[in-house]
Ligand binder design. Structure first.
Ligand SMILES: Nc1ncnc2c1ncn2[C@@H]1O[C@H](COP(=O)(O)OP(=O)(O)O)[C@@H](O)[C@H]1O
Ligand SMILES: [Mg+2]
Length: 240
């Protein structure tokens, strides 16, 4: 579904991505992990069109999308969320969903295409009329994902969706992502929470200083000596 070849991105002297290859199959639930500053968000940016890569190519559903904008990749079904939640705080929850529904693109899918079913998917039924800013943090994050779902993604890229969530909120997020996966959405998830990753993802790709250093099941990569070394003093939550 997604084929990334030789992707590079530099910021002046900083080589944030160096020759990254990545393949994502339709229906997969892939984790993208790596220490802070390893290039995970930059990879999302370069793949989704939020940033132009310095080199390399990105193919999605048999088309070259390397030079498309984020808006154009979203219309083709590649939708990403941001590390910090992107909801319209001053609008009601339902208004947050009405706006992206207008921009919904692509063929009909199993995905909810109206406000009540999006609220149901996100576990937010009953909160349609609340101002988004009044939602507890975990609910606000799921609203942010529901906004992305309203765009009708085939591939959804989530940047640290569980960051800052408590255990119950993390579980609610996991349930939402499992429902999305069951509806046919392919998931690529940047996360530090290893138990969360192990519960959701069958495969993990590990980045370090802009390069892929390991690929395998979550259990395999967290035993990998190169991965353990990359994380020394770092932030691999729950990786004992
Ligand atoms: N817009 C930017 N301008 C300059 N440097 C950046 C920019 N975005 C990221 N970087 C640098 O690129 C590297 C990778 O960052 P990032 O992709 O955000 O890492 P991660 O998401 O894995 O924590 C870091 O060294 C970071 O400082
Ligand atoms: Mg990041």
């Amino acid at each position: 579904m997604l084929t990334v070849r030789g992707l590079s991105k530099s910021f002046g002297q900083v080589r944030a991505l160096q020759d990254v290859d990545l393949d994502v199959s339709e229906g997969e639930r892939l984790a993208l992990i790596g220490p802070n500053g390893s290039g995970k968000t930059t990879l999302f940016n370069a793949v989704s069109g939020a940033m132009r890569p310095t080199g390399g190519s990105v193919r999605f559903l048999d088309a070259d999308i390397t030079r498309l904008t984020m808006e154009q990749t979203a219309r083709r079904g590649l939708v990403r969320t941001f590390q910090h939640d992107a909801v319209f705080p001053g609008l009601r929850v339902e208004q947050n969903l009405e706006l992206p529904l207008i921009r919904r693109a692509g063929a009909a899918t199993e995905l909810p295409a109206d406000v009540p079913s999006l609220l149901d998917l996100a576990g937010l039924s009953g909160q349609a009329a609340s101002p988004a800013k009044s939602l507890p943090y975990g609910n606000r994050r799921r609203l942010g994902i529901a906004i992305a779902v309203a765009l009708n993604p085939r591939l959804l890229m989530l940047d640290e969706p569980a960051a800052g969530l408590n255990e119950r909120e993390t579980h609610e997020l996991l349930e939402m992502l499992e429902r999305l996966s069951a509806l046919g959405v392919t998931l690529v998830v940047i996360e530090h929470d290893m138990p969360f990753i192990a519960a959701l993802c069958e495969r993990a790709v590990v980045l370090n200083t802009g390069s892929v250093i390991a690929t395998g099941t979550p259990a395999e990569v967290r035993r990998d000596p190169g991965v353990i070394e990359a994380y020394l003093g770092g932030s691999l939550v729950g990786a004992h």
